[in-house]
Write a protein that binds this ligand. Structure first.
Ligand SMILES: NC(=O)C1=CN([C@@H]2O[C@H](COP(=O)(O)OP(=O)(O)OC[C@H]3O[C@@H](n4cnc5c(N)ncnc54)[C@H](OP(=O)(O)O)[C@@H]3O)[C@@H](O)[C@H]2O)[C@@H](O)CC1
Ligand SMILES: Nc1ncnc2c1ncn2[C@@H]1O[C@H](COP(=O)(O)OP(=O)(O)O)[C@@H](O)[C@H]1O
Ligand SMILES: [K+]
Length: 486
């Protein structure tokens, strides 16, 4: 399970490791790894032009030592010194190897730019001249390699408070930093290369984790000889309204494709007609009253997509939430809960799946602040509401009390199209009905949905129905990866 850590956690581990090693060992390991990645990107090192952007701390030190190694292999290496001071020993090694000092104009001539402005020691938005250099590096034609963290990205949170380097490759030292996995920071990272400097035994429990194919495949249930449709998990879907019919069709589709043993759909006349036409597999109860008394047993509910927010929807939501099985609350039902928190008073588990706008209503927080600080707000919602929170968006994160947040590593921006969230509710709901807890159902659901999105998109537009269609292919992909050696 890939793990990531805050800057403070990394510092503490580094101190413990450093105490056992001769001075400079760690930086030497970091620089060797960094130089090797740069050399790999350059192909033939001899005769290439490399430009280092050097800040005042050890991040600049890493870059200078790596620059010295590249100069030793025949690259023409120059450094722009941006800080009031510079890592002295690193600068000396760099000069000894033939490195020279340049002005920012040299950026445009470089084949490769190494961002050694700031790493885990940075605080707040990049100051000048760092900010200007970061922007110039982004605009320059050469490949940009960030050392440890793209400068301007908060290593612990992924927040980007001003200008930031957008790297093609980030070479991170010792362990992944949380901010490299969570947007907006994650979108500045490019390819992530992890250099082992021996930190492993000194790392604490991670701040966040992401699941791998192998992890998800291990958590998903597979039908056995004695399985039947009831034992595989029956999901109730309370979704759709005469105005919004598509959401019901998509949520039911996501659930069926993710392997629910059976889906019981409940809703009013219009969406019932649509669901029946598209999914003859679903068992349907047409509601004239907002009640679930006539619906057979289910192991979990999905509540909310396209449901509406009027009195009828409120009453149906109250009935579903009064049941004794796990409920996934999405979309309109989140709006209902934001207006009536008493709906959440139940003992069976709850998984909520808001996007930033829906979470802003639940927390009374600003939507932009949620998008800028996804982890913090997902954790806060899990703590304040006592539920598992799947916060959707460019990086989906899943938070529950007292466990490291799970950051979803799959997905694609092509998913940013109407209805894909409805499919996600069905996928995660099916996993809940199969008996996964809210945390596993949410994180595995997001993983499968993201993978299905990638398969469906293949770098071109997708529809929400395509995503549901691709869920079995995503599951097959996990199986394939799990069988091959890791
Ligand atoms: N420790 C180890 O064993 C290992 C560490 N390693 C490496 O060290 C890196 C951490 O080094 P670090 O602690 O020196 O901090 P670092 O990120 O270089 O810069 C901090 C300095 O930048 C400045 N500054 C701060 N904020 C700023 C802003 N917004 N805008 C502009 N400037 C700002 C501020 O300086 P000031 O301006 O106050 O003089 C501050 O002192 C780490 O990421 C990894 O690369 C690896 O070699 C592995 C072994
Ligand atoms: N920029 C993006 N990158 C990756 N995934 C995205 C992006 N924007 C949205 N998504 C995903 O698309 C889905 C959209 O869901 P939602 O906002 O509920 O839309 P809808 O209500 O139309 O179904 C979520 O799974 C979300 O994580
Ligand atoms: K950096």
């Amino acid at each position: 399970m890939p793990t990531a850590y805050t800057a403070d956690q990394i510092r503490t581990a580094e101190r413990a490791l450093m105490a056992r090693l001769p001075d400079g060992t760690l930086m030497d390991r970091a620089a060797a790894g960094l130089a090797a990645v740069c050399a790999g990107l350059l192909g033939k090192v001899y005769g290439t032009r490399v430009l280092l952007l050097i800040g005042s701390g050890d991040n600049g030190g890493d870059a200078l030592y790596a620059g010295a190694r590249l100069a030793g292999r025949g690259a023409r290496v120059e450094a722009v010194l941006a800080g009031a001071k510079t890592h002295e020993a690193g600068l000396e090694a760099f000069r000894r190897a033939g490195g020279t000092i340049a002005g920012p104009d040299a950026l445009d001539q470089a084949d490769l730019i190494v961002d050694g402005l700031v790493g885990i020691g940075a605080t707040g938005a990049l100051r000048e001249p760092y900010a200007r250099l970061a922007e110039a590096a982004n605009a320059a034609p050469g490949l940009v390699v960030a050392v440890d963290v793209p400068s301007g990205v908060d290593a612990s949170t992924g927040q980007v408070a001003g200008a930031a380097v957008a790297a093609q490759v980030t070479v991170t030292m010792g362990a992944r930093k949380t901010g490299l996995l969570v947007d907006p920071g994650a979108s500045h990272v490019g390819e992530l290369e992890l250099i082992d400097i021996g930190l492993g035994p000194y790392l604490p429990d991670p701040d966040v984790v992401s699941l791998s194919h192998h992890d998800v495949y291990g958590l998903l249930k597979r039908p056995m000889g004695e399985s039947d449709k009831y034992r595989r998990g029956v999901l109730g879907v309370a979704a759709g309204s005469d105005r919004y019919t598509g959401a019901a069709v998509l949520a039911v589709g996501g659930a069926l494709r993710a392997g629910a043993g059976m889906v019981r759909y409940v809703g009013p006349g219009e969406p019932v007609t649509q669901v029946r036409a598209r999914w003859p597999e679903a068992v349907i109860t047409e509601l004239s009253e907002p009640s679930i008394d006539e619906v057979g047993r289910v192991q979990a509910w999905v509540l909310g997509p396209g449901l509406g927010t009027g009195d009828w929807a409120h009453e149906l939501a109250a009935r579903v939430l009064a049941s004794d099985v796990p409920v996934l609350i999405d979309a309109d039902a989140l709006t209902l809960v934001a207006g009536d928190r008493a709906l959440l008073r139940r003992t069976a588990p709850v998984l909520i799946t808001p996007h930033a706008g829906e979470l802003s209503r639940l927390l009374g927080a600003d939507r932009a602040a949620i998008e800028a600080g996804r982890l913090e707000h997902a954790r806060r919602a899990a703590a304040e509401l006592g539920v598992t929170v799947l916060l959707k968006g460019s990086t989906t994160v899943v938070a529950t009390r007292d466990l490291p947040v799970r950051v979803n590593g799959t997905g694609t921006a092509w998913l940013a199209t109407g209805g894909t969230g409805d499919v996600l509710s069905g996928v995660a709901g099916a996993l809940l009905a199969q008996g996964l807890d809210c945390f596993d159902a949410g994180s595995c659901g997001a993983y499968l949905h993201g993978l299905a999105g990638r398969i469906a998109a293949d770098d071109a537009p997708l529809t929400a129905a395509d995503v549901a269609e691709a869920v079995p292919a995503a599951i097959r992909m996990l199986r394939g990866a799990s069988r091959s050696p890791r």
